[in-house]
Design a protein around this ligand. Sequence first.
Ligand code: 13P
Ligand code: SF4
Length: 300
Amino acid sequence: MDLKEDIRRLAEEKRAIIMAHNYQRPEVQDIADFVGDSLELSTKARDCKEDIIIFCGVHFMAETAKILSPHKKVVIPRVDAGCPMADMITYDELLNWKIQFEGYKVVTYVNSSAAVKSISDSCCTSSNAVRVVERIDSNKILFVPDRNLGHYVSRFVKKDIICWDGFCPTHERLTSEDILTAKRLYPHAKVLVHPECRPEVIDLADKALSTSGIIKYCKESDDKIFIIGTEEGIIHRLQKENPTKTFILASKKLVCPNMKLTSLQDIHESLITLEPEITLSDDVVNGARKALKTMYELTL
Ligand code: 13P
Ligand code: SF4
């Protein structure tokens, strides 16, 4: 039996669901039960009937699944798949910042540790950040950790928003020069970028959307050619779901090394051992769940 078939056999035998982020390697996306953006993956983890989740993504995403479903077993095939942006703010740093800016409410991007979420007022994802900041009951916001997403939100919401100085190293590498070069080569293309990109890159784009937002837009659009400003793993799904359309990655630099770590072999291994498992303390789970619950309530 080949590796892919054996993965599917094991998943069925153990009644496990395999979830993968839109940036995962093509072969990982293809064997997954569900592929999505951060918000869709969190929601699916919460609502699925399976008690074992094999989470192919980065650490904070698997943690989010665990926070929302503490009674489920959440397994991350590569425990070393982290997110450098999530590591740019620690629990202690946020605690001190909250003391310095008393009276502000903290909106935390899901790309953060569970401990940081646990002392936040609300979480948000790239697909709902504008709505969360708009609707939260305060005009004074501390936005962590992504300064670019925070800046993007401030284009739409006129509140006092102070951003932590974090960023995604992968999206930060995309420059306005890259977009201008791609536009010169493909003048009729629609330019779609992720809100983690620099403000000057977003200025040049037709839309800034979450990963699944980009996928939905391309599916529904009558346009035929798109310049894509986000991690290269998304191209696989775009091409698979829209075989007659053309997708141009805005730069070859758009690779997140952490998102590329998980292999079929790793998934196979973790289905056999059900390790490495995500474990979190009750305090962290309870605090972080409140912040995630607020996000869901604000975006109903
Ligand atoms: P999405 O929520 O848009 O999938 O983004 C997650 C991410 O890590 C982007 O770099
Ligand atoms: Fe983190 Fe950026 Fe990789 Fe997304 S693409 S997981 S934000 S490092």
